[in-house]
Design a protein around this ligand. Structure first.
Ligand code: GTP
Ligand code: MG
Length: 211
């Protein structure tokens, strides 16, 4: 009898725990586990994407109010690697003091964190990338940080629009053959396995063993 063994692309999440929120490196947890950071404009769905990956609805706090995440939030997954929920940019109504601190806070983390292995830059499939999205991409390239792009909220567009928007955003971002682009929805779970594959690759490179 032939048995079909499916390729193991999903990740068994045995534990997902909030560690702490911090603004400055002095308050980060010790740099021990490989880290995956999630970045993008305010309200784009960073916290929702994390919750979908780990299948815990309320792990990272989500909200209809943009600017919900204002500190760097550290989570551990399976005690083997860490997910970092970064505060979003580009929301005008966030108080001036917080907005002024955003750049240095996030840049310091991204630039100096030795255990950072991958940045997942999240874009809303319905919107063209903003100036800030472009700036962040340039910045990641400048510091040679490995990153991938997740186009989220794909459940909000039709199949036709999906293809058009993928193409449009691809053109907007320009040629970058090594950057994976993954279409995703926190609502339907589309793209989740692909994201896990990329995350696994980044972490396995680091630990050298199977997760
Ligand atoms: P900040 O922390 O404020 O920067 O926002 P965030 O990027 O963490 O976004 P969050 O996950 O809080 O989501 C913002 C809103 O978008 C919430 O109302 C979510 O329910 C909604 N949302 C996020 N992802 C999706 C998605 O894939 N599909 C749909 N339909 N809604 C989504
Ligand atoms: Mg958030």
């Amino acid at each position: 009898m032939i048995r079909f063994i499916p390729e193991e692309s999903h990740m068994k999440v045995l534990s997902a725990e909030f560690v702490l929120s911090a603004k400055a490196p002095a308050h980060y947890p010790p740099a021990v586990l490989p880290e995956i950071a999630f970045a993008g404009r305010s309200n784009v769905g960073k916290s929702s994407l994390i919750n979908t990956l780990v299948k815990r609805k309320g792990l990272a706090r989500t909200s209809n109010t943009p600017g919900r995440t204002q500190e760097i939030n550290f989570f551990t997954v399976n005690n083997r690697f860490a997910f970092i929920d970064l505060p979003g940019y580009g929301y005008a109504k966030v108080p001036e003091t917080i907005r002024r601190n955003w750049g240095p806070m996030v840049e310091t983390y991204l630039r100096d964190r030795q255990t950072l292995r991958l940045v997942v830059l999240i874009l809303d499939i319905r919107r063209d990338p903003s100036d800030e999205d472009h700036q962040l991409i340039e910045w990641l390239q400048h510091y040679r940080l490995p990153f991938l792009i997740a186009l989220t909220k794909t459940d909000k567009v039709s199949r036709n629009q999906l293809v058009q928007r993928q193409r449009r955003i691809g053109e907007d971002l320009g040629p970058s053959p090594t950057t994976p682009v993954v279409s995703f929805s926190a609502k339907t779970g589309v793209g989740k396995d692909r994201l896990w594959r990329e995350i696994k690759k980044a972490v396995v490179l680091d630990t050298g063993d199977n997760l």
